[in-house]
Ligand binder design. Structure first.
Ligand code: GLU
Length: 468
């Protein structure tokens, strides 16, 4: 049987980082088994399911490359189908109308509380005839849950989980206004979409037992479940805002991570392949199996993610990186966008730049000096290097460099070394102030590389600016 997995987010305004990992596991499992990965937007909460909130999910998934193999399903649009299944269950005597008033339900709840047990519908209308129904009450529809025995789920991550059926109650599948409940919609959609494997957060494990009641009542095959542990923060508590950003967009826009690095990190959070840290998408597809996902909650480690991102940054194509950072640099230096020649300069400088950055934000910050006309800003340490430079150093450097016929790393290297000798200084004592005037910073790629990438005109202009 072909594996069909799905990711079923409820729009909240962003793609949750934990949701991204759930999507990744579903996607990988489908690819690993040669199956299909589907997407269902659970948009039944009409207040929260704005077009923007739905788009944020697509946006996050597209960025991570976790695209579905078919058009997405929208749950709300299928509400008539959900109600139809409720009707079938009624017709088959597997569900019934319940006319309990709010007061009766409150009494049931209070009784349960007094007895120190969770609220359980007591089955008042399970076997009562509809002729006894009170006037003017719009009934809900409840599914008949089994009264005896155990519900067993062979979960691919949690193992065999058994729950006594006496713990289940006849829960509502259709509200008084005819709208389906979440529990009904999920089961009907998963069945109609042909989902064979439900991979989701372990906060849904108890729902699985309730959902199984509908599958069984309809005579539908129950999918294979895999309930994966939630992501925790570094302190072991469930990941929340106080640990850091929850939306995938912030990992891209505010923190400057690459999608392949985030995927790799999320993959390793709960699954591993020996000691391998850097795992390509192809390797992940080959190696990933949902049964190898651990039961214990993994802790999110921002430093680890950042280091991993640095590794991916160094492997990334230079042009792609420049396209990524160009808008950030443009914003930083106050222009609308970078032109082709500015991008060309950055591409030339990328080899040295990307060795030193771990995120796109750092990369943009450390690259901006290349594309300004003169240096825009000089940091404190650079300023003190400039102030401490020997009298006449910059003038000599500029004159000697200006006299060069060709502009190669060997040429500028020889020229700067000659000046160092003339001033009886170690090369570093010349290179440091030179770096400061060229980049406005005390740290940058190798100084000769910087001079070549900047070009002769811009190099001389920057040195001359300080040669007074
Ligand atoms: N919509 C649910 C959520 O966002 C997921 C339901 C499911 O995967 O079955 O938590």
């Amino acid at each position: 049987m072909t594996v069909v997995t799905r990711f079923a987010p409820s729009p909240t305004g962003f793609l949750h980082i934990g949701g991204a990992r759930t999507a990744l596991y579903n996607w990988l499992y489908a690819k690993h088994t040669g199956g299909k990965f589907l997407l269902r937007i659970e948009d039944t909460d009409r207040e929260r399911s704005t077009p923007e909130a739905v788009d944020a999910i697509f946006d996050g998934l597209n960025w991570l490359g976790l695209t579905a193999d078919e058009e997405p399903t929208f749950q709300f649009a299928r509400r008539d189908r959900h109600a139809e299944v409720a009707q079938q269950l009624l017709d088959a005597g597997k569900a019934y109308y319940c006319y309990c008033s709010p007061e009766e339900l409150t009494a049931m709840r209070e009784k349960a509380r007094a007895e120190g047990r969770p609220m359980k519908y007591d089955g008042t209308w399970r076997d009562r005839d509809a002729s006894e129904a009170p006037e003017g009450v719009k009934p809900v529809v409840r599914v008949k849950a089994p009264l005896e025995g155990d519900g067993v789920i062979n979960d691919q991550v949690q193992g065999e989980v058994r729950v006594g059926n006496e713990q289940l109650d006849d829960y509502v599948i259709l509200r008084g206004d005819g709208t389906p409940t979440y529990m009904l919609s999920v089961v009907v959609d998963d069945h109609d979409m042909g989902v064979t494997n439900v991979i989701r957060g372990d906060d849904h494990l108890t729902n699985a037992f309730r959902q199984k009641v509908i599958y069984d009542a309809m005579g539908w095959e129950v999918p294979t479940f895999a309930h994966i542990p939630l992501i925790h923060g570094p302190d072991g508590a469930k990941l929340s805002k106080r640990h850091g950003a929850l939306g995938v967009d912030a990992y891209r826009d505010e923190m400057g991570f690459l999608p392949e690095a985030l995927n790799n990190y999320l993959l390793r959070l709960g699954w591993g392949h020996g000691d391998d840290e850097v795992i390509s998408a192809e390797q992940a597809i080959e190696w990933f199996d949902i049964t190898d996902v651990g039961k214990g909650a993994a802790r999110f480690d921002f430093a680890k993610l950042t280091n991993l991102n640095g590794i991916y940054l160094r492997q990334a194509d230079d042009k792609r990186l420049v396209d990524e950072i160009a808008p950030l640099i443009a914003k930083q230096i106050g222009v609308d966008g970078l032109d082709a020649s500015q991008k060309e300069i950055l591409i030339n400088g990328m080899a040295g730049l990307k060795e030193r950055a771990k995120t796109l934000i750092e990369l943009a910050d450390s690259s901006a000096f290349y594309v300004t006309d003169g240096v825009n800003s000089v940091n404190e340490k650079a300023q003190s290097l400039i102030d401490g430079a020997p009298e006449g150093l910059f003038k000599e450097l500029a004159n000697s460099l200006e006299a060069l016929d060709s502009w190669t790393e060997e040429d500028v290297d020889a020229s700067v070394r000659a000046i160092a000798e003339k001033f009886e200084l170690k090369l570093g004592k010349v290179a440091q102030p030179l770096r400061a005037v060229l980049t406005g910073s005390n740290s940058s790629p190798g100084i000769f590389e910087v001079m070549i990438v900047l070009g002769k005109t811009q190099t001389l202009k920057r040195i001359r600016h300080f040669d007074a």
